[in-house]
Design a protein around this ligand. Sequence first.
Ligand code: ZN
Length: 503
Amino acid sequence: MQYESVAQALEALDRTQKTEAAYNHAMGVLYLDAATAAPKGSYAGRGNTMEVLSGVIYDLSTSPERGALLSYLESHRQELAPVRIRQVEVIRKNYDRFQKIPAEEFVAYQVLLNNAGAVWEKAKNENDFPSFAPYLEKIVEYNRKFAGYFHPEMAPYDALLNEYEEGMNMVTLDTFFSRLRGTIVPLIEKISKKPPIDDSFLFRTYPVEQQRKFSDYLMKVIGLDRSYCGIAETEHPFTTNFNNKDVRITTHYYENSLASSMYSVIHEGGHALYELNAEDQYNATVLSGGVSMGIHESQSRFYENLIGRSRGFIHAIFPKMKSFFPEQLRDVDEEMFYRAVNKAQPSLIRTEADELTYALHVMVRYEIEKQLISGELAAKDVPGRWNELYQEYLGIEVPNDRMGCLQDSHWSGGSIGYFPSYALGSAYGVQMLRIMQQELGDIFADVTKGDLSGITGWLKEHIHRYASFKKPGELFEEACGRFDPKFYTDYLTEKFSELYHLD
Ligand code: ZN
């Protein structure tokens, strides 16, 4: 098709983005339904619908019309506004990627993922890794193949890392992780010689119904507008966004653990704020939504740890928390609570790990992913390797696969190369906090009063509002200068030395 003017081509660009966004919206709702309300046996029927919808998206994304539109707009680049240039860039990247994946492989992969999700959930519930292993093996094969299609010039795992965090590679991560290990492992050793913090009251009986009300309260404190942000319950908490006026978070309630859902809600709430604070202009375009997994995790872990686990925040919410759980917290004061939710101790479950040992969990997954993708490790041997690494990094015994390599949903969802972004996000977040403090002064004075508006305002101004308009590296550097993991290692050293009275 020939375009008569740039204006006409831009209209076509808006139309095609809007159509694609609508199909993604529909797929997203199906995915959310699958994880929340859908009965277990429904996955086959949904698989058929997913197959049709992903086929339509594929056709749209790879159509000759789209190719012609991109070429036309690229040849008129000097007439385009920056936001249009970025849209064309992102669509071009996807277009070229899709051109490289044969249609039948793309569709087969979507179907595989839908089935793998259900198989993983069952395998986890029944502690049956062998039933999931063949699915994992196929997911790894597809990912290795796709990596070669996308970036034949890179090592396959580097290509996958790049999908989640543009510009990331194993050289950078090996250095980052070894610095982290160099900080964390000695701290854990020193802490192990100190008397343990008493956190037993966190594991008293906290009725789920009360926890649900507490979640509503927490969402309000962190500034989530319930007209635009819903909450549901899933096996593994996550956030999904359809546009900046419709974001959903999920959590999982355990009757015998208060902190588990509490910090899931704050974590997912951080993701949600990022999505909700994006400017309207990015809705229904390829620039909607957060720009990278690392930046996204920087936001969720910012609220979860830097705010949610601060003395100021605990002070602000403690009276209300006591009114929700008067019996359970009868003999607990603020400082006890602060210490309990910051207790550092090697443990089995990543999502419930403390702030200090968390990165070690990520490192285990990073090592395993590297080996799976390079072919050094077969899917069936993951449990053995997993258990060895937990022994080596965290010094603990893994009793079963349910609490070991079956604990996360990521691999069943096809996300390989995603985990490192959790650790990167923590480090990005600390650097944001330090820059924010330089610019705004004593932000924890407001946190202590339960007022997060200054903090969220800063993040909105420098991070959230841009959605995917700026590239992750550019976005981060413009807000915070060059990335330096020392902010993060210093932060951990200071916080945990004070908490445990280390010398
Ligand atoms: Zn997250």
